[in-house]
Every structure is written in structure tokens, then in C-alpha cells.
Design a protein around this ligand. Structure first.
Ligand code: SAH
Length: 470
């Protein structure tokens, strides 16, 4: 197979990043913008030893799973790699992905027998993201642009409105652009590390309507601040007048200071220049205080359902001691606390633990205790100390994509909880960790569900129940 060769292929799978996969002479070819079931004419753009990349030239027979991507920039933008796939097919793809990982990596023979349900979004799967971050730049004509980084680059694809985010964003983006162009405010240049405005971040409380607008700046202040705030207020008013019944309440305008030459978006300090420095939102009946830096689950419609599943798998009666590993701002801990004797949480980010404690207080919850540190350091230490918390009836883990540290898994096996509920955002590391727990001879996978938190993207969230073998 050589570069520029033309082939006709049938797409039979989808890769991690949402490319279609077809086979030519037994070799996998990755083709962007195709979906399972397409028959396509493709041109080889790069041929490696064991696989190749192809470009879609012409669709010969479109797949029945294909749909018109409603977003005009879906093809360029790195966010929604699956938008051209029918939503039902997206869900099937995600279920299959977890199943394959459990089989191939986890060594589970018939995972489909243990599969309980796919928690897909009920309604139109758009307008579900409660947080957006738009890099700010300048186009060729010298005008402000806000948008998204194109896949694997730092060039900004301009966006007027992201269909996965809240409707108010469109009005805020417009206001920020007008402010930059009108007041000739400089924007940050990644090469030289000069210029003021770096990112616009918006956060919305979907059940409270509260809105936070934050500018990440490479400096101490912004020029014409009062006018900027006024234009944000007006943008919200305009959105509200056109969206009666779905009003946003502007509660906070923030400046976040990031003066480092870094890929990290948010800096370590921020201050409110309007209103308070946080917004409130609810998951179920638990109230959360969310600051500009806090980690908070992105999809408020699905978070409650995912945690509801975790709660069900935890099988609590009110007498249990529970550990919530990788607890973030305590979302799962607080969710479980009402039905447990005591919940311990551990998390590496100190501010998150500060928020977790405050969120417990805010909700009048007093049976939680939070530790700052790496779960793989804190938990083994508490286990060997023998103090309260060294025993657990139920353990919930919700690690980042890299999964659990092996030392933590070894400690869990020693702690012998009856049930381990594993919430995962990466089915490959989930399957790897399930294998470790199963091979100890102490645990077996009993049931799992998949949840669609990030519709139109290839990301897959799952919730798994492991039980101790008696
Ligand atoms: N359960 C929370 C957060 C899950 S995200 C929620 O649903 O909101 C994963 C969390 O793990 C992040 O907050 C991250 O800061 C934290 N983390 C990453 N590595 C860690 C480690 N080694 N020990 C403890 N926490 C860690």
C-alpha cells in the first residue's frame, strides 16, 4: 500500500478518536469523517508498516448510521468527533467499546451477560455542557476570534455558538469580541508569551440558572473593566429576552490570573470583579458551590443518573463505612452520605477538598471526612494505622483516565470491602484494573452500565460493580 493509492473500503469500526476503520488487504486504514457501515472511496495519505491513514474522497454507499452533523464546524473542531453519527449508533458504539475492553483487556469472557444498561441522554443531546473554555485570538484582519483549538494544534477554529454548551454563551462570546475590538485590548500570543487576554470561561448552573463569566488574563487587570462588565450584563439581558423561561442569572464575573507560559488554561489566583466568586448548582437535592477552578461534572443531566447508578451498586442500608477515592469536590461522597454511616473521601487537589468540606457544611452533612493526598499514599497509611476508616464496607473509585494506582488496588484487596463500585472515564484502564482485582481471587465483576456524559465525543463513562467472593 502506498501514499496516494485509491481504494474502495467498507468501514467496519470506529477508533478511539472517532475515525472510521476499514481494512485493505488485511491492514487497518483509519479514515476521518466516516462511520461504521459506510462504503467509501479513499486515498491513502500515510502508509505505516501495520496500518495506514486514508482521506475520504467520495461516499459510495452512505451508512444507515450516518446523519447530518448539525454544527457547521463539526468537521474541523476537535470536540465532537461523532456528530455525523446517528445518536443511537453513538450509544451502541460506546457500549461496544466497553464490552471490547472488558473482553480483550479485562479477560472477561462474556461481558454482555453482565451488562445492565446504557444511560443515554433522553432528549436532544445538545446544550448539556455546563462549562466552556474558549481560547481568544486574533484573525488575519486583526479582529478578535474566540473558538476551539483544532485537533492537536493551537490554531483557533472560530465559533459563534457551541451547540453542546449553554445558549447564553453565544451572547457572551459576541460581547467579548466587541469589547476586544472596540477597546483594542491585546490578546495573548502563545509564541512570544505577550498580550493580555487568554481564555474566556463560562460556567452555568443548570438547575439554578446561575452564570459565571471569567477571563483568564496574562496581567493584573483589564482596561475599561466597568464597560466590559456592563456589556456582559447586556449580553445576558439580551439572551434572557429571547429565551423566556430559560433565563440566566449573572452572579459572577471573574478575572483569573495566568502569567505563565504554559498550556494550562487556568491560573492559580482569581478575583471577582462583579458579584461573588462562585455559583451554586444542584445534583439531585445536594447543593454545590462551584468556583472558577473547581472540577465539577460537565453534564448536569447525566451526572445524577451516573451517581444514582453508583448509589444503587453501592447497596447502602445506612450502616456502612464507605470510601470515595478520587473524590474531587466530594460529589459522590455527599451523594452517598445520606445512606451510609460514614463516608471518607480522598483527593489530591487541596482546593477540591476545601470545597468538599464546605459543600458538606452547606448541606448540613456531618458524616463525611476528607483527606488531601494521593489515594495510593493516604489509604495504605490509614489501613495500616487500624483507626476508623481502615475498614470499609463499600469502596467507590472514580479515578482520572490513567486509572487506579496498583498500590491502591492492593490496599483495597487487603481492606476487603464487600463491594467495589468503579466509576470510570476510560474503559481500557477500567478493564486493566478489573483484571488486577479479579486475579487476586477476591473480587469478581458482577454488573456494569455505561453512561453517555459526553455526547458526540468518543468519551465513554461507565459504572461497574465488583463483589467480594466469599
Ligand atoms: N469523583 C469526583 C471527581 C472525579 S475526577 C466527581 O465525580 O466529581 C478524578 C479526580 O481524581 C480529580 O479530582 C483528580 O484531581 C483526582 N486525582 C488524580 N490523581 C489522584 C490520586 N493519585 N489520588 C487522589 N486523587 C487523585
Amino acid at each position: 500500500m502506498n501514499k496516494n493509492d485509491i481504494y474502495e473500503v467498507k468501514i467496519d469500526d470506529i477508533s478511539e478518536d472517532g475515525s472510521g476503520i476499514g481494512h485493505v488487504e488485511g491492514m487497518a486504514v483509519f479514515v476521518k469523517d466516516t462511520v461504521t457501515g459506510d462504503v467509501a472511496e479513499i486515498k491513502i495519505i500515510k502508509a505505516k508498516k501495520n496500518y495506514a491513514y486514508g482521506r475520504l474522497m467520495r461516499l459510495i454507499t452512505p451508512s444507515p448510521y450516518r446523519t447530518e452533523a448539525p454544527c457547521p464546524i463539526a468537521r474541523q473542531c476537535g470536540g465532537c468527533t461523532l456528530q455525523h453519527m446517528d445518536y443511537k449508533a453513538q450509544l451502541e458504539y460506546k457500549v461496544k467499546k466497553v464490552e471490547n475492553c472488558l473482553k480483550r483487556i479485562g479477560g472477561i469472557d462474556d461481558p454482555q451477560n453482565l451488562f445492565e444498561e446504557m444511560l443515554g441522554m433522553d432528549e436532544n443531546p445538545f446544550r448539556f455542557r455546563n462549562k466552556m473554555q474558549f481560547p481568544i485570538g486574533i484573525d488575519k484582519e486583526g479582529k478578535a476570534v474566540l473558538g476551539f483549538y483544532a485537533q492537536r494544534t493551537h490554531s483557533i477554529i472560530p465559533v459563534e455558538d457551541c451547540m453542546t454548551g449553554h445558549g447564553v454563551n453565544k451572547y457572551i462570546i459576541e460581547a467579548v469580541k466587541k469589547y476586544i475590538d472596540g477597546k483594542r485590548v491585546s490578546v495573548y500570543d502563545e509564541e512570544s508569551g505577550t498580550g493580555l487576554l487568554r481564555h474566556l470561561i463560562t460556567r452555568t448552573g443548570f438547575s439554578t440558572g446561575e452564570l459565571m463569566v471569567a477571563l483568564v488574563i496574562n496581567g493584573e487587570d483589564i482596561p475599561a473593566k466597568e464597560e466590559f462588565i456592563k456589556s456582559v450584563e447586556e449580553a445576558v439581558e439580551q439572551y434572557n429576552s429571547e429565551n423566556v423561561g430559560k433565563e440566566s442569572v449573572l452572579k459572577s464575573v471573574m478575572l483569573n490570573f495566568n502569567r505563565e507560559k504554559t498550556n494550562r488554561i487556568i491560573g492559580y489566583e482569581s478575583k471577582a470583579v462583579y458579584g461573588r466568586d462562585y455559583i451554586y448548582d444542584y445534583i439531585g437535592d445536594i447543593k454545590f458551590k462551584i468556583s472558577v477552578e473547581s472540577f465539577f461534572q460537565i453534564n448536569p443531566y447525566q451526572t445524577g443518573r451516573l451517581y444514582g447508578k453508583a448509589l444503587m451498586y453501592a447497596g447502602l442500608t445506612g450502616r456502612e463505612t464507605v470510601w470515595d477515592m478520587y473524590c474531587g469536590i466530594g460529589t459522590i461522597s455527599l451523594f452517598l452520605s445520606k445512606q451510609a454511616r460514614k463516608v471518607y473521601g480522598v483527593e489530591i487537589v487541596p482546593q477540591a477538598i476545601r470545597d468538599a468540606k464546605e459543600n458538606a457544611r452547606l448541606n448540613g452533612i456531618n458524616n463525611t471526612e476528607f483527606y488531601v493526598g494521593k489515594a495510593e499514599d493516604v489509604v495504605p497509611e490509614i489501613y495500616s494505622s487500624g483507626k476508623d476508616g481502615s475498614h470499609a464496607d463499600v469502596v467507590v473509585v472514580d479515578p482520572p483516565r490513567k486509572g487506579c494506582d496498583e498500590k491502591l488496588l492492593e490496599t483495597l484487596i487487603l481492606m476487603k470491602p464487600e463491594r467495589i463500585v468503579y466509576v470510570s472515564c476510560d474503559p481500557a484502564t477500567l478493564a486493566r484494573d478489573i483484571k488486577i482485582l479479579s486475579e487476586s481471587g477476591e473480587y469478581r465483576l458482577v454488573r456494569y452500565s455505561v453512561c453517555d456524559m459526553f455526547s458526540h465525543s468518543g468519551h465513554v463513562e461507565s459504572c461497574v460493580l465488583l463483589e467480594r467472593l466469599k
